[in-house]
Design a protein around this ligand. Structure first.
Ligand code: SF4
Length: 359
């Protein structure tokens, strides 16, 4: 029998740890316990991150055309999803896209490329982009996500000024081979180790909704805890048509909230980021999820559109949070200023009109 959620939070705040049994109890919390769960997890969130939200911005440097077969991915070999496909962005285009995210409130730019892993020429490109980005925006944090790393590549990224490296474990080791066959779980763990040894901040997370059991979600979270990832993106499967997971809908908003709360209990002082699938799966619980998680992506994802970036910023502010490290920079920003007001929209449909009602 696990302790009530508030008692688990107290134990963790006093230096103890959430157990696997606690994590399972969080995942299986009844709907009637959801507010208590969020309140308890938010004590940990506030203890470590106060009222700040870290805002990250994705730039997809190379989209689609991947030889790997990750079943969940719209960019994978065999995916028929009608996504944008292009090879490497130029340095100037990368700077332009990253600049848009920074102007919108992001403090970290995540530069991502599809593929099994980078060639040394690809590393040349990313190091040049990073140097140019840092020259123009000295405070920007840069995270690279380029796939499996070979020896020496992480060190080159670090030297160029890259701050973090993302490589998700995605799921439990016991479920990994069901979701991809062209590389192993061990390959993924090895790359996180290489990034860490080079002094890059390790970022690694998971994707929920891939047919995993509760126990496997717990297994994945405790693996991330053991890997000591500094940031943990929690993705919720976006089941693209044309991929093996099309029409796979295992998640509810409440389930997603429980998964984020579990991440907070197990890794209380780590950056828990609500990642892909936030809008479609959390839906009206997005704001509540910010009470548990402390980080989001602004705007669009790698191959899908997110909600309007202004709505992301508005959601953060409406709920009493501030954007980590960017509030001053945002004063006067055209992206942020208009969100303060919402003029009434005059009704021109339904009763008294010939236009169908909003129902
Ligand atoms: S997750 Fe990465 S490695 Fe896997 S198919 Fe997608 S782009 Fe390729």
């Amino acid at each position: 029998m696990s302790a009530p959620f508030d008692q688990i939070a107290t134990r963790v705040l006093e230096g103890g740890e959430a157990t696997e049994q606690d994590a399972l109890a969080v995942l299986r919390a009844d709907d009637s316990e959801l507010m208590d769960l969020v309140a308890a997890a938010s004590r940990l969130r506030r203890a470590h991150f106060g009222n700040t939200v870290k805002v990250n911005y994705l730039v997809n440097l190379k989209s689609g055309l991947c030889p790997e077969n990750c079943n969940y991915c719209s960019q994978a070999l065999g995916s028929q999803a009608p996504i944008l496909k292009y090879s490497w962005l130029s340095k100037d285009e990368t700077l332009k896209q990253a600049g848009a995210g920074l102007a919108g409130g992001a403090t970290r730019v995540c530069m991502v490329s599809s593929g099994r892993g980078p060639s040394d020429r690809d590393i040349d490109k990313v190091t040049e982009m990073t140097e140019a980005l840092k020259a123009e925006y000295p405070d920007v944090e840069v995270c690279a996500c380029l796939g499996l790393l070979k020896d020496g590549q992480a060190e080159r990224l670090k030297t160029a000024g890259v701050d973090a490296y993302n490589h998700n474990i995605n799921t439990a080791e016991s479920h990994h081979d069901n979701i991809v066959q062209t590389h192993t779980y061990e390959d993924r763990v090895e790359t996180i180790g290489k990034a860490k040894s080079a002094g890059l901040s390790p970022c690694s997370g998971l994707i929920a909704g891939l047919g995993e059991t509760d126990e496997q979600l717990v297994e994945a979270l405790f693996a991330l805890k053991a890997l000591d990832a500094d940031s943990i993106p929690v993705n919720f499967l976006m089941p693209f048509d044309g991929t093996p997971y099309e029409n796979t809908w295992e998640l509810t908003p409440g389930r997603c909230l429980r998964i984020l709360a579990m991440a907070r209990f197990v890794c209380p002082d780590k950056e828990v980021r609500i990642a892909g699938g936030r809008e479609m799966h959390l839906r009206s619980l997005q704001a509540m999820a910010l009470q548990v998680a402390n980080s989001i992506f602004l705007g669009d994802y790698l191959t899908s559109e997110g909600q309007d970036a202004k709505s992301d910023i508005e959601m953060i502010r409406d709920n009493g949070f501030v954007i980590l490290g960017a509030e001053d920079a945002l004063v006067g920003s055209p992206v942020v200023e208009p969100v303060e007001t919402h003029d009434p929209a005059i009704r021109h449909r339904g009763a008294g009109t010939e236009v169908p009602a909003n129902a």
